[in-house]
Design a protein around this ligand. Structure first.
Ligand code: GLN
Length: 487
């Protein structure tokens, strides 16, 4: 097998035993990126020089016998809404096209402290608003399994980079499914952690109530390894939660016998493609062979999840994006002094933001306006409370909830981009985990005509270990990590 397809963990072992130099590994990935990037467009920025420099430093440490971190020499791709010091961070937007953060996000400090090698910043829907990575100012990313199809979004670049062998690990962010959706469409593993488990300091905000940074990888083990590195309380993020430091790698092994699984009917009902439903049930039948008990049940409150999500997400986006005004940083409409502040402000925003971002700012501003606030925003907040309550009840009956990640297979580029409502509907199965804050993992459970199908496992808050354990066992049973796209 080519080096670039190996699991991150194996590569690290080879680097530690000096069978491979970290520099060679990074070089190999740089070459792979050169080979396939024209077709895939997973990256907005490739950090070749910085990456090689970091890899050489790791090699030096190893030769000298110094202690190295758990991600020693591993090239990792980072979504372009996570701030990286001295490396441009665009959020997939023209308005931040030349923005270079003066600081690192906490997760970046953590991966660098463990000697990871940042190989580049990945493509994404503009400001993480989207489901296909087509709203990026830097052009769409293509699905490595079929270049005529979307990779999912908004962390489409991170997922595609993994699926195309352009990185061993990746970081994404998930506000309403943006880690799990592309993981599903690209046939990789992606985990949205419990709200508060991973620091969001340095993540450029879209909708604070929902979002989390999370790990993505080609194997569950690698995903657990990366989560172990990035999890933990951070004084700079007031929403982060103090949790005991733990290894998610050590809890992977174990039997699933006696596990109680609930399948919410609303997640496999109307609008879900038959092939997807079949793949999910085939998977659950396999689990049954290992002593897992499952049951369908109804969670009618889920019918309100999507409207509540979009109302709150758009409202928060309208407020969060007010800071992009062409004054402090970002794109500024050129003026030789003949325009007043108001003109520069609105023209900068007119030209700097894309259509989908503007749509959400307008709708969000409307939802928050006097007279409508109670009708829309407040009502949505109340809906969330009800959904949380029903989830708590469900977790008294079941250890985990299982359903499809995406209701449909990866579709063609441009197929839905002019139909925002159709795109929003694709998030039907992913937003509940964001509304309730629970951890949710997506991993492949089957293929249809060469396209991956993903299943989603949700667990009670801070039970990432359970979702990872199930994914790990499933990967062994199904062997999905063996398949690679033909690029
Ligand atoms: N597709 C969803 C949206 O457009 C999710 C985005 C996300 O998780 N960042 O809002």
């Amino acid at each position: 097998m080519k080096l670039y397809w190996l699991p991150a963990y194996e590569v690290k072992q080879k680097i530690l035993s000096q069978e491979l130099k970290a520099e060679e590994v990074t070089q190999e990935i740089v070459e792979r990126i050169r080979m396939v990037e024209d077709k895939v467009n997973a990256f907005i920025t490739v950090c070749e020089d910085e990456a090689l420099k970091k890899a050489k430093e790791v090699d030096k440490k190893i030769v000298k016998g110094e202690k190295v971190g758990v991600l020693a020499g591993i090239p990792i791709a980072v979504k372009d809404n996570i701030s990286t010091k001295n490396i441009r961070t665009t959020c997939g937007s023209k308005i931040l096209e030349n923005y270079i953060p003066p600081f690192n996000a906490t997760v970046i400090e953590k991966i660098l402290a463990e000697d990871a090698v940042i190989i580049g910043k990945t493509n994404m829907d503009e400001f993480a608003m989207g489901t296909t990575t087509e709203t990026s100012y830097f052009g769409p990313t293509k699905n490595p399994w079929d270049l005529t199809r979307v990779p999912g979004g908004s962390s489409g670049g991170s997922a595609a980079a993994l699926a195309a062998g352009e990185a061993f690990l990746a970081l994404g962010s998930d506000t309403g499914g943006s880690i799990r959706c592309p993981a599903c469409f690209c046939g990789v593993v992606g985990l949205k952690p419990t709200y508060g488990l991973v620091s969001r300091y340095g993540l450029i905000a879209y909708a604070n109530t929902f979002e989390q940074i999370g790990p993505m990888a080609r194997t569950t083990f690698d995903c657990a390894l990366l989560l172990t590195v990035i999890a933990g309380w951070d004084w700079r993020d007031s929403t982060s939660v103090e949790t005991p430091q733990k290894s998610y790698v050590e809890v992977l092994d174990g039997e699933l016998k006696g596990l109680k699984v609930g399948i919410p009917r609303e997640m496999v009902g109307e609008g879900v493609e038959e092939k997807v439903v079949k793949a999910v049930y085939d998977y659950v039948f396999r689990l049954e062979e290992f002593g897992v008990k499952w049951e369908e049940f109804s969670l009618p409150i889920l019918n309100y999840a999507l409207p509540a999500y979009y109302l709150i997400a758009m409202s928060e986006a309208s407020s969060n994006l007010a800071r992009f005004d062409g004054v402090r940083y970002g794109y500024r409409f050129p003026s030789d002094g003949n325009l007043d502040w108001n003109d520069v402000f609105s023209k900068s925003r007119r030209d700097g933001f894309g259509a989908e971002v503007k749509r959400r700012i307008i709708l969000g501003t409307y939802a928050l306006s006097a007279g409508y606030y109670g009708k829309f925003f407040l009502k949505s907040l109340k809906t969330i409370t009800l959904i949380k309550k029903d989830f708590e009840e469900a977790f008294k009956r079941f250890d985990v909830l299982i359903g499809p990640t995406m209701p449909i297979l990866p579709f063609k580029l441009k197929e839905k981009i002019d139909n925002p409502l159709a795109l929003y509907l694709c998030d039907i199965d992913t937003v509940p985990a964001n509304l309730t804050g629970v951890p949710a993992i997506s991993f492949p459970c089957g293929f249809s005509n060469g396209l991956p199908i993903g299943v989603q496992v949700m667990a009670p808050p801070f039970r990432e270990d359970l979702t990872l354990k199930i994914a790990y066992k499933s990967e062994k049973i199904l062997g999905f990590d063996r398949f690679k796209p033909n690029l």
